[in-house]
Design a protein around this ligand. Structure first.
Ligand code: AHM
Ligand code: MG
Length: 315
């Protein structure tokens, strides 16, 4: 039995320095706390919405705010964290001026699913950044990335440079490794997309989805929490698509590069899958702003390659 802490210890001094071990341990602790709060949210009155609107123009839920605060506390407990960047914060926050890293996170992904008791998650990414100007780096600069999925089980999924490991929270609050070196099946016949947005898709996406629907054996799933859709893809392959809205070309799409697309892209590539934004790999995009949105297509390598090739032919 390998616990999360034992796994970090085993890589301390090689893939991880002491600062990174501290940061990742504090993130794991934060996800335990968020998991606890979610389990009893209806009982403790943490449901519904607040009056607050975040920088994305979205109404915040009490659990968005609480999860953000728990993740910020993980940053404060980590002396090497210089900056926190969050979906719920307008700008980066200076945590420890002498720190060398930025912790970038979506504290509660899929929070529209909270009150219906469907899986949500926390997504995180760690990069080197001792000044605010260093935060805008491409996804290949990530030192570690991961997510917690809060569903029937709480899973913590982590990549630190040697593949992807999956841990499960046990009844004692201990994360135990349940999948070593998770791999995404290279082929799939299952796709995930919000089909209600069809009028806004470009021709490549429309043709791919229409072709899949017409092909025997293809199946569709859409949870509405990217973490949950990602976790399914880790378990049985698949492809996830949140393309750009062609009626609003400047918008880039729905999902945010720094704390959604990049960490998921890092995990997916580390597990042998692919993650693209059209012709470009997500991890190669040079960010221009903290809350930048990008088209997101990721999952089983061969299925993503079909779309990537279609984009290359189309333009
Ligand atoms: P959030 O971080 O505000 O929850 O938004 C991101 C979520 C993703 O988890 C999910 O894939 C997507 O938004 C769902 O969008 P839609 O409402 O179009 O189904
Ligand atoms: Mg999100």
């Amino acid at each position: 039995m390998t616990t999360f802490e034992a796994y970090l210890d085993a890589h301390s001094g090689t893939l991880l320095n002491e600062d990174m071990v501290t940061i990742l341990s504090n993130i794991a602790e934060a996800t335990r706390q968020i998991s606890d709060k979610l389990r009893s949210s209806s009982l403790s009155g943490l449901t519904g919405a607040t009056d607050a609107i975040n920088i994305q123009g979205e109404t915040q839920k009490p659990l968005d705010i609480l999860s953000n605060e728990i993740m910020l506390e993980a940053c404060r407990k980590s002396p090497a964290v210089a900056f926190a960047v969050s979906e719920e914060l307008d700008a980066e926050v200076l945590i420890h001026p002498a720190g060398e890293y930025a912790m970038i996170f979506d504290p509660l992904d899929g929070s529209s699913n909270l009150d219906v008791n469907v899986t949500v998650g926390t997504i995180f990414s760690i990069i080197e950044a001792s000044s605010a100007a260093e935060i805008l780096k491409n996804g290949r600069s990530q030192l570690a990335a991961g997510y917690a999925a809060y569903g029937p089980q709480t899973n913590l999924v982590l990549a630190i440079g040697n593949g992807v490991q999956i841990f499960t929270l046990d009844q004692h609050g201990v994360y135990v490794m349940t999948t070593a070196d998770a791999r995404i099946a290279p082929e799939t016949k299952e796709f995930a997309i919000n089909a209600a947005r069809r009028p806004s898709w470009d021709d490549v996406i429309t043709e791919y989805v229409d072709g899949s629907i017409g092909t025997p054996g293809y199946n569709m799933r859409w949870v509405g929490s990217m973490v949950a859709d990602t976790h399914r893809i880790f378990n049985r392959g698949g492809i996830f698509l949140y393309p750009a809205d062609r009626s609003k070309p400047a918008s880039g799409g729905r999902l945010r590069l720094l704390y959604e697309a990049n960490p998921i892209g890092f995990l997916v590539e580390a597990a042998g899958g692919s993650a693209i934004a059209g012709k470009t790999a997500i991890l190669d995009i040079e960010p221009t702003s903290l809350h930048q949105r990008v088209p997101v297509i990721f999952g089983s390598r061969q299925e993503v390659a079909k779309i990537s090739q279609a984009y290359c032919i189309a333009r």
